[in-house]
Write a new protein. Structure first.
Length: 165
């Protein structure tokens, strides 16, 4: 397993590379359909949500293998991305690097999350416009699904991959 700083560097690089020329409801719908295709093809027990940074839901899918708990996780992941303007995995790694918890930072674990599965949607000029959220598997697997679909949508092949643990 890579050292903590290497893991942080991988996620930071992913966030820098996976940016959009534009992002609106049409892009979210296209992106959401790519997620849907992957979920159905691979029979994944996950829910996905694509939201604007103000919280408006552009796309949501929760298959038969998901439940209300999946929705609660999506909400917590969204809160974390919106509050810290970074992926939930990157924030979890930040906490780990400091030996801290959500509670140590004054955050309610019922509203925020320390784990992967939430990713910021940024334009190429770094403006945070939304978030994509996946929940249902281990947090690093949720993160990997996001990276896979965003990479395919954006036509990018050289995205560093985070090791799934």
């Amino acid at each position: 397993m890579e050292d903590l700083q290497t893991l942080i560097d991988i996620v930071e690089r992913q966030e820098k590379l996976l940016r959009f020329d534009r992002f609106d409801s049409s892009v979210a719908w296209e992106l959401g359909n790519l997620f849907y295709g992957k979920i159905v093809k691979e029979d994944l027990p996950v829910a996905v949500s694509i939201r604007s940074i103000n919280g408006k839901t552009f796309f949501h899918y929760g298959g038969d293998k998901t439940n209300y708990g999946s929705q609660a996780w999506l909400d917590r992941k969204f809160n974390t991305v919106r509050h810290f303007e970074t992926s939930t995995l990157r924030y979890a790694l930040f906490l780990r690097s400091r030996g801290a918890t959500l509670l140590d930072r004054g955050l309610d674990p019922a509203k925020f999350v320390s784990g992967g599965g939430g990713f910021p949607i940024r334009t190429i000029d770094s403006i945070l416009v939304g978030a994509v959220l996946v929940s249902g598997l281990r947090d690093t697997e949720d993160h990997a699904i996001i990276i896979d679909v965003l990479s395919r949508y954006l036509g990018l092949e050289e995205i560093p991959s985070y090791p799934i643990s």
